[in-house]
Write a protein that binds this ligand. Sequence first.
Ligand code: SF4
Length: 148
Amino acid sequence: MSKRIFALIFLGWRFFLHFLKKLSPFHPRQGIEAYRANYEAEGLTTLSAPERAAFPSFEKCVACDACVHAYFGPGRPYSPLQATPRDLALCLSRSMPDYPSARQVVEGWTGLDRFEAVCPRGVNLRGIVALMKRHLETYDRSAADRRR
Ligand code: SF4
């Protein structure tokens, strides 16, 4: 029981110190610059307000494969190794640190409006690619800065 009381007092003390630090003019808040310094090297960049607002339209894929059927056809025989619009919506766009590995795929997309047109969920495929390209540009710039 005494251990529990000690733990609660300690927790309350840390909570009090935390708020004191937040209110202190001698402890400036680091904010977005600290975030960039800590995470850009790992491939995490910040989202703009429009990108954040568009996110729900990126995450609606239910893997119905309608876009996959439109993607493969007479001029493009089926291949399990080929990245499809479904892969773009379901996995390629999910992890920012992995975007550089998907660079070739991202830069090779054309005609995504055709796949958006058959998508019953209205997944914003062009928006996903635009986000990934913008992120890769930021990532490349920060990598070049780090090399200097
Ligand atoms: S058609 Fe839309 S919902 Fe279906 S797999 Fe493609 S992106 Fe996902």
